[in-house]
Design a protein around this ligand. Structure first.
Ligand code: TXA
Ligand code: MG
Length: 312
C-alpha cells in the first residue's frame, strides 16, 4: 500500500514521530529538498532506509539536529564551526566534523567513518519533527538513489511511496537545491558539495578560501558520483536552442518549453531546477539546457546539471 501523504499539523508531526520511534521511514520536508527521515540512533531503521533508497551501502548520511546543543552531543565543534553555525544555522549548511565517542548516531549512518555530517534545518516541520522525536534524524534526499532530488511531496510518493510509511506534505521546497557541505575535520576547510549557500558567502564569513575535494575522495563519497541527479532523458548543456526532438529548459532571455528563471535569478532557478527536470523528463527523451552563470548559486546548479548530463 502506498504511503499516506498528510499536510503538516501538530497531529501529523506527532504521528510521524511515532513512526520514526518504531523504526519507520517518513518523507520529511526541509527548506532544500524533501528528505527520507529515519531515527539516526537506530541501526535497524537506517538499514531499512538504505534498502528503500537502493543506495550504495557506504554512502554516509547527514544527521539533522535542531540546535547547537544537540549537535554538541554528537560532534566536536571547532572555533570555525561555531563561527559558521552562528551565521548559517538554522539553514542549509552541513558541516562534517569529528564524531564524539559518546555520540548517539548509529555507526551505520556514518558508514563507519570517524566523522559525522551534521545540519540544522530551517524548515519548521523538520525542526518540529526533530524536537518531538528528541533525537537526531538522518535524512538523505527522498529519491531513489541516483535519481533527481524531490522538491515536493508528490515527487517523494512517485519515487518511494511503496517503500516508506508516511509522507509529510508542506508544499514545494523554498530553496530547491541541497545544502552546501563543508568538511572541517582537518586544518584546511574544504567544500565537499556546492549547495544552497553560495561558496563565496561562506568564504567571506571565515575570511579564507575553501579548498576543493580531490578526485580520490570523490570515490569515497559516492553521493558525489559523477552520474547522479540523473533524469532518464539525455541532457545537453549550454544549449541556445532545442534541436530535433529535444525539450528546452531555458534561463533568462533563452526561452524554452520551461524557463528556470525568466528574470535570470539564480535563487529562483535553483528552486525550480529539480521539479522542471522531472517535468521535462516525463514528456521527452532529450533535454537541452540553457547556459547558467557560474557565480553564487550557479555553482551548485551547474554541479547538479553536469551530473545529470553524465552517462557512465
Ligand atoms: O539539503 C540536504 O542536505 C538534504 C536534505 C534532505 O537535508 N540531504 C541530502 O542528503 O542531500 P544526501 O544523503 O542526499 O547527501 C548527503 C551527502 C552525500 O553526498 C554524502 O556522501 C555526504 O553528504 N556525507 C555525509 N556524511 C559525510 C561524511 N562524514 N564525510 C563526507 N561526506 C559525507
Ligand atoms: Mg541525494
Amino acid at each position: 500500500m502506498p504511503a499516506e501523504i498528510a499536510l503538516v499539523s501538530t497531529d501529523t508531526i506527532a504521528h510521524a514521530a511515532d513512526i520514526l520511534r518504531s523504526g519507520g521511514l517518513v518523507g520529511m520536508p526541509t527548506e532544500t529538498v524533501y528528505g527520507l527521515a529515519a531515527d539516526a540512533t537506530s541501526g535497524k531503521a537506517i538499514a531499512r532506509l538504505y534498502d528503500a533508497k537502493g543506495r550504495p551501502r557506504f554512502n554516509p548520511l547527514i544527521a539533522h539536529i535542531c540546535g547547537v546543543e544537540m549537535a554538541e552531543r554528537e560532534v566536536e565543534l571547532s572555533a570555525m564551526a561555531h563561527q559558521l553555525t552562528e551565521t548559517f544555522w538554522p539553514g542549509p549548511l552541513t558541516l562534517v566534523l569529528p564524531a564524539k565517542k559518546t555520540g548517539t548516531v548509529s555507526d551505520l549512518a556514518r558508514a563507519g567513518l570517524r566523522s559525522l555530517a551534521i545540519r540544522c534545518p530551517e524548515h519548521t516541520a523538520a525542526r518540529a519533527l526533530i524536537e518531538t522525536l528528541d533525537r537526531p534524524i538522518v535524512a538523505p534526499s527522498a529519491n531513489r538513489s541516483g535519481h533527481v532530488s524531490p522538491t515536493n511531496a508528490q515527487h517523494v510518493a512517485l519515487d518511494l511511496g511503496e517503500k516508506i510509511d508516511f509522507i509529510l506534505d508542506a508544499g514545494p521546497c523554498e530553496r530547491g537545491i541541497e545544502s552546501t557541505i563543508i568538511d572541517l575535520t582537518s586544518d584546511t576547510p574544504r567544500l565537499l558539495r556546492a549547495g544552497a549557500i553560495a561558496t563565496e558567502h561562506i568564504e567571506e564569513i571565515i575570511n579564507r578560501k575553501l579548498s576543493h575535494r580531490s578526485d580520490i575522495e570523490s570515490i569515497n563519497a559516492p553521493g558525489q558520483l559523477k552520474s547522479h541527479y540523473a533524469p532518464a532523458a539525455s541532457v545537453r548543456l549550454n544549449a541556445h536552442e532545442a534541436k530535433d526532438n529535444e525539450a528546452m529548459l531555458g534561463f533568462g532571455d533563452i526561452q524554452g518549453d520551461l524557463n528556470l528563471s525568466t528574470r535570470g535569478d539564480l535563487i529562483e532557478a535553483a528552486a525550480n531546477l529539480f521539479a522542471m527536470l522531472r517535468q521535462l523528463d516525463t514528456s521527452h527523451d532529450k533535454i537541452a539546457i540553457a547556459p547558467i552563470p557560474t557565480h553564487g548559486l550557479g555553482e551548485a546548479i551547474n554541479d547538479r546539471l553536469s551530473r545529470a548530463a553524465h552517462r557512465d
